[in-house]
Each structure stands twice: as structure tokens, then as C-alpha cells.
Write a protein that binds this ligand. Structure first.
Ligand code: MN
Length: 481
């Protein structure tokens, strides 16, 4: 079936001359439908929007790219269906071949038909049925959860039947931001120029967006635990994130209710404003791991403020992991994948925020110092393979203040000062992404004496100094039901 749909795709290409994937049978998939937007420097620069449906990617070429302003109707020329595997393609299509030029994965994530704020992230069959019907009648409303692009859109077919318009619906993700200023790949951080020079590792297309075995939403989970560390280091197996001084919490979100649980599985008190915002995640079931944070009057996160929280106090849930989404158990996937899926699936708002993570531990620690946010820092590392320990107290004691990654330092500082007035824009829209490579080259490489020690991790060393670090390659064995 999919083969016939791909006849036009195949006819246009010689697979011995282009690195693009030839059509191949794909395994039956479950979970939400995938979308991808590829930036493509062909004869004319454009953005290829692709929506997974019935085993292939329905495709449109959008010269100006997507816009978050409902008055900006963007022309979207329908092109031939592409194979599902095309979703992760980045590289160079050689001169003389169809669509010759560079291509990157500019954004990706999951999507659902959107009919009056009703969504089918959890029901693939029904979602595909509605997408098919919408495309047949020439009008499809759909909701995107990508790293750069979030919110509700419509594709509307014009009279010539080949051209469509991509129009942003009015919702809380409307903005005047120029999304195309964000020019890096969400997979490799490469720009179109970079892919000419650097061979890129190809990710399996299904890993672009949440995938895993089906399950009903878990009722309790033992979260991954913290370890203390001496200093930042750079290693591809580890990612770094800021340490925030609050209550570790799991948010279990269903259509009926939101439950906040401590790492010991106890229900945390009532946070009505936060729970109302978490209920707006617009999905049947979702489990987020993060930190509940309250603030001192000077805008600093404070454990003390968290302990003395009043019903009127704004409490922000900073999310660093996604454990379950729309009926999928994500806990067997590597942390790096879960981080990508979190950035896509989380719909941020004033009180629900994404914590950034990066591999560049040393640069991030340096950047945190440069940003003036260092304070009294103590270390904590989180590691996927660490055995569960009763470390909440240790973690609290260790967490005198926080040390921030460059993204977090830049993005959090203004937000902490006015946490109750944050806009709810996804950060990747609000702030052009600074890649770790940028921060490395723009900053002075000279080391400060205080950061010269990069010692081993000691769980009981209360004077150590670092950020949170997360081993991202391995399967997180410490997750258990
Ligand atoms: Mn194209």
C-alpha cells in the first residue's frame, strides 16, 4: 500500500546517486503520529512540512516556513508523499539529483488532529482516520508539539488543489516571533552550511518523537536519584542541567486530575494554580519529573521559601524528564531521547517550565560563573544507572543554591525575577537557541583556578561543587514501578 503511494517519490530519484532513503517496509507503529519540518536549500530555500499518516509522510513545501501569527498565511505547495524513514534525513542531495541541496531536520515532534480543542495523541487509528478525512475535504486542523513550533494550525486547500495555506489558529502559542531565525537542526545542531562539511549520524526515524511500549498511566514511580559531584566535565554520555533548590516531584496528569507526588510516592500538598496549568497539557496521560520551586523576594529559588509556601505563592514546576506520554512508557529509552521528547511534548506556561540540558559541562559551568549566578554552589549529579538510595535529605543538604547551565542561566534569570508573569512561550521560540558550540567559541577558553579540579564523584562530599549531570546513553535501571 505504502509502496504505491511512494511511486512518485521513487520515480523522481536514483537511490544509487542520492543519500535519501529508498522506500522500505516499516514496522507497525503505536503512539502519537510524527511530524517533521525539514529546512531544504534546494533551488529555492524552503521548509518541508511532513505529517505521518498511513505509513508515509504527507508533504508540503513552505517557502517562508511556519509562522506563529494567525494573520501570516503561509503558502504550502503539496509535494509527493515521502517514506517514513525520510523524517530523520539530514545531509546533501548531490547536484543533478532531484531537490539538490542541503537539508536539516529543523523541527520534529508529534501531532494530532485538533477539532475544537479535542485531540487524539492517544489514539493513532482515530487520529489517522481524521487526518485522512481532513485532507480529503481540503481542511485539516492539527496541533503540533515540536521543539520550535507548538500550537494549533490549519492546512486549507486552495482552488487549484495543489496549493494549500498553512494558518496559525488563535491560541496561547500565537506570537510575532520569527521562527526561522532559529536555524539549527533539532537533532544535530547543524546549520545548512554545516552539513556540507560534517557527515551526520542518522537517527532511526521512529526515535524522533516519543516511542515505547504501551501502558496505562503508572500510579507511582521511583525517580532517578542524585549523586554529588566535584566539578563539571565533558563527556558524550552525560548531560548537564541546572540544580534547582525545591521539592523533587512527579506530576501525573490525566484528563480527570493532576497528582503531584514526592519521590517517595507521597502526595504533595495542594498547589491549585499549578495544577490548573498542568491540566492544560492537552493529552490523555502524561508523567513529568521535575522540581517544585518557590522563590525568595530577590527572585532566587529557595528551599526555605518552598517550605513556607502559602496558597497564593507562585510555585513553578521545572520539568527535566518525560516518563510517560499518551499511553507510551518512555522509561526504557535513553535519557537523551527523553530530553528531546520532553522539549517537544511539554507545553510550557507561566508555572510549568522546561529545564535545559547540555553535554558541555565545563563550558556551562564557566558560563554560569560568568553570568554571576554562581552563589554558593554545591554539587549534585543524577545518573541513570545509579541504584535507588534514600537520598532526598542528602540532596537537600547538598542543594544550598544552584549552578546553572548557560541556557538556564540566561533564560531563568529574568524569569525568576518575574516568575508569575512569564509568557508561557516555549523557550525555543522566545530565545534563539545558542548551541554549545557557540558558547564554546564565543567565550574565553582560559580556565579559572576554582574550576581546575575535575574530580571523581563522591556521594558524601558536602563541599563539592557542580551541576546536575545525567548519564544519557544507558537505560535507566533505577526506574521501577
Ligand atoms: Mn524540499
Amino acid at each position: 500500500m505504502a509502496k504505491d503511494k511512494l511511486a512518485e517519490y521513487t520515480a523522481k530519484r536514483s537511490f544509487d546517486a542520492t543519500p535519501e532513503p529508498a522506500p522500505a517496509p516499516i514496522a507497525k507503529r503505536n503512539g502519537p503520529l510524527l511530524f517533521v519540518i525539514q529546512q531544504h536549500a534546494a533551488r529555492r530555500l524552503h521548509y518541508d512540512l511532513r505529517l505521518e499518516c498511513d505509513g508515509v509522510l504527507k508533504s508540503w513545501a513552505i517557502p517562508k516556513g511556519p509562522a506563529l501569527d494567525p494573520s501570516e498565511k503561509r503558502l504550502a505547495a503539496q509535494t509527493e508523499d515521502h517514506p517514513f524513514d525520510y523524517a530523520s534525513f539530514e545531509g546533501v542531495i548531490p547536484a543533478g539529483q532531484y531537490g539538490a541541496g542541503e537539508m536539516i531536520v529543523w523541527d520534529c515532534g508529534v501531532y494530532s488532529p485538533d477539532e475544537g480543542n479535542e485531540y487524539w495523541f492517544h489514539d493513532r487509528e482515530e487520529a489517522e482516520r481524521r487526518v485522512r478525512a481532513g485532507l480529503d475535504k481540503g481542511k485539516l486542523g492539527f496541533f503540533l508539539r515540536g521543539e520550535k513550533v507548538k500550537g494549533s494550525f490549519a492546512l486549507v486547500r486552495m482552488a487549484d488543489r495543489k496549493n494549500w495555506l498553512l494558518i496559525k489558529h488563535k491560541d496561547r502559542f500565537v506570537a510575532g516571533t520569527d521562527l526561522t531565525a532559529l536555524e539549527r537542526s533539532v537533532l544535530s545542531a547543524a546549520t545548512l552550511d554545516d552539513v556540507k562539511a560534517v557527515p551526520l549520524e542518522r537517527l532511526a526515524a521512529e526515535r524522533l518523537a516519543p516511542c515505547g511500549p504501551m501502558e496505562s498511566i503508572p500510579t507511582s514511580l521511583a525517580p532517578m536519584h542524585a549523586e554529588l559531584g566535584e566539578a563539571a566535565f565533558d563527556h558524550a554520555d552525560w548531560m548537564w542541567e541546572p540544580k534547582l533548590d525545591g521539592y523533587r516531584a512527579l506530576a501525573l496528569i490525566t484528563e480527570e486530575r493532576v497528582t503531584l507526588k514526592s519521590r517517595r510516592g507521597l502526595e504533595l500538598g495542594s498547589f491549585p494554580r499549578l495544577e490548573t496549568e498542568l491540566a492544560k497539557q492537552a493529552v490523555s496521560s502524561m508523567v513529568l519529573d521535575g522540581e517544585l520551586v518557590a522563590f525568595e523576594p530577590d527572585g532566587k529559588p529557595s528551599f526555605n521559601a518552598m517550605q513556607n509556601v502559602q496558597p497564593s505563592t507562585p510555585v513553578v514546576f521545572y520539568c527535566f524528564d518525560l516518563l510517560h506520554f499518551a499511553g507510551l512508557n518512555l522509561r526504557k529509552a535513553p535519557y537523551r531521547d527523553r530530553r528531546r521528547w520532553l522539549a517537544q511534548c511539554l507545553l510550557p506556561s507561566a508555572l510549568v517550565q522546561l529545564v535545559h540540558a547540555s553535554e558541555q559541562g565545563k563550558a556551562l559551568q564557566q558560563a554560569a560563573r560568568d553570568s554571576g549566578l554562581e552563589g554558593t554552589r554545591r554539587a549534585s549529579t543524577r545518573r541513570a544507572s545509579a541504584p535507588p538510595r534514600g537520598s532526598r535529605l542528602r540532596r537537600r543538604r547538598a542543594a544550598i543554591s544552584w549552578s546553572a547551565a548557560i541556557h538556564a542561566a540566561r533564560a531563568l534569570a529574568p524569569r525568576l525575577a518575574r516568575c508569575s508573569s512569564a509568557t508561557g512561550m516555549p523557550r525555543s521560540c522566545a530565545t534563539p537557541r545558542t548551541s554549545a558550540r557557540d558558547s564554546m567559541t564565543r567565550r574565553s577558553p582560559k580556565r579559572r583556578s576554582g574550576s581546575s579540579r575535575c574530580a571523581a564523584i563522591r556521594a558524601h562530599s558536602p563541599r563539592s561543587r557542580s551541576c546536575i549531570v545525567q548519564q544519557c546513553g544507558s537505560s535507566p535501571r533505577s526506574w521501577r514501578r
